[in-house]
Design a protein around this ligand. Structure first.
Ligand SMILES: C[S@@+](CC[C@H](N)C(=O)[O-])C[C@H]1O[C@@H](n2cnc3c(N)ncnc32)[C@H](O)[C@@H]1O
Length: 457
């Protein structure tokens, strides 16, 4: 079926050099695009005839349309125009300002939402098949696959971008390598998620440690943690809120908490000139007190303060003074005030690490701050499948092939080839890979920091 119609009216000329954007792939003679996804939840499949296919495959941002008309198909201008008309924004025009400005994502999406021919509803829920295969609680897996994907979730299987290791295993290796922990005694993990991180960490350390406890507040996740860790005798689950629990009963040698503290409460600071004590929320009053207690720098009136994260450090300080090393990671910046990040169903706040450093020092602890990418030795030069390509590829896999979805992992081309097979992958055109340093895979470790706390002795 050849759906392209000649109804283009914009000023596209033979001199333009279109580039098929990420978010559009061509497989066989079918073009899949995902430009409408965010706004209307649909993807579009269009069948191209051979002439259109040849032209589309030559749109690399370097070939001018005139060049294609001479060398590929004399109707190149009509074909590109028709595609541009049907999917505004499907091409980039490198170096051409007019087109860059005109082809806005939003415009494309709103036009797309009025279309119907060839549209297919996107599945947005996670693949339950995947869950059954992995023996996970569907709810827990789905939460991390779809809603709050963590870096550790994306690296729960050995990945090339993490030197062939899993996140949990690499963490255990690196803390030992850096001399931060000797690999013995008891481990306490705060906020264990699916339990994958613990499983991988334990696989690396179970021969030398005495016990591994996860302290977590969520009953849904408790089930998943128990299921993942039932093979390890050393495992113990503590069902508690880390901001209330009495830690004095524990004496861990290593404490870890990965991507948890952004879940904790925030308060606003610097508002006392504007509002009376009574008018302020309790969190705002507590936050203001912390600013005063630790002499924290406030950059703007009303800025947020990571109240819960600071409180956790205060609560863990006695364990660290007693000899534990604490490894706490989260996304944020060194000096940037916390920003609200809305996720499906709840909000999180990025961490202002300068405040956590200041508080830890004031509590008499030895503190170090690392980029997560450096500490865990991610290979930031590796090229991994970008988000639009991942989404569109998955859409295509689900709607056109009798195969389960690709898991949300970082995928290098070699890993994808192994997963999908050489023949299949080589029949797909325009999958894009970008370096780990861009927000290329769903999350980049570049935006995360690791805070390490030790006693001064
Ligand atoms: C974003 S998940 C991170 C999970 C895991 N560490 C990972 O890397 O995937 C946050 C985890 O912290 C837990 N959590 C949130 N608030 C908590 C609290 N106040 N006390 C204990 N656990 C909490 C959640 O139940 C969840 O397991």
């Amino acid at each position: 079926m050849y759906l392209l119609q000649k109804s283009y009216s914009a000023q596209l000329s033979g001199e333009h050099r279109p580039l098929l954007k990420s978010g559009s792939i061509v497989q066989g003679n079918q073009l899949f695009t995902l430009y409408g996804k965010k706004e209307n939840g649909s993807g579009v499949v269009l069948e191209l005839n051979d002439a259109a296919l040849n032209v589309v495959r030559s749109l690399n941002g370097q070939n001018s349309i005139d060049h294609l008309s001479t060398n590929v198909d004399s109707n190149a201008l009509e074909i590109v125009s028709a595609l541009e008309d049907r999917f505004p924004g499907i091409f980039d025009y490198p170096g051409d300002d007019v087109f860059e400005k005109r082809k806005k994502f939003a415009e494309a999406a709103s036009r797309l939402s009025n279309r119907h021919a060839g549209e297919v509803e996107l599945e947005t829920s996670s693949s339950l098949t995947n869950y059954h295969q992995k023996g996970m609680s569907g709810e827990a897996f789905s939460q991390f696959e779809n809603i709050e994907t963590t870096v550790s979730h994306m690296f729960r299987e050995p990945r090339q971008a993490l030197r062939g290791k899993t996140f949990g295993a690499m963490l255990a290796l690196r803390v030992k390598e850096e001399g931060l922990w000797d690999g013995t005694g008891s481990v306490l993990e705060i906020g264990g998620g699916t339990g994958y991180l613990a499983r991988e960490f334990l696989a690396e350390t179970s021969r030398s440690i005495e016990s591994y406890s996860i302290l977590d507040i969520s009953p849904n996740l408790h089930q998943s943690q128990l299921a993942e860790l039932s093979d390890f005798d050393q495992f113990e689950l503590i069902k508690a809120d880390a901001l209330i629990f009495d830690f004095s009963s524990l004496s861990p040698s290593f404490i870890l908490s990965n991507e948890v503290i952004a879940d904790f409460s925030v308060g606003r600071v610097g508002l006392s000139a504007q509002f009376s004590e009574k008018e302020l929320e309790r969190e705002d009053r507590d936050a203001q007190q912390m600013v005063e207690r630790y002499g924290l720098e406030v950059l703007e009136r009303g800025q947020l303060l990571n109240l819960g994260a600071i409180s956790l450090i205060e609560r863990l300080a006695p364990l660290v003074q007693a000899g534990a090393t604490a490894w706490i990671s989260e996304y944020g910046g060194e000096f940037e005030p916390p920003r609200r990040v809305s996720l499906d169903g709840h909000a999180e706040h990025s961490i202002q690490f300068s405040h956590l450093l200041r508080v830890s020092e004031a509590l008499g602890l030895k503190v170090e701050l690392f980029k997560m990418s450096d500490f865990l030795d991610f290979d930031m030069e590796k090229m991994v499948l970008d988000v639009p390509s991942f989404e569109v590829l998955n859409f295509w896999i689900r709607s056109k092939l009798d195969r389960e979805s690709l898991a949300k992992l970082s995928w290098t081309e070699a890993e994808l080839r192994e997963e999908m097979g050489e023949d299949l992958l080589s029949s797909i055109y325009n999958l894009n890979y970008s370096s780990m340093i861009n927000t290329a895979c769903h999350l980049t470790p570049e935006l995360f920091y690791v805070l390490i706390l030790r006693s001064q002795n």
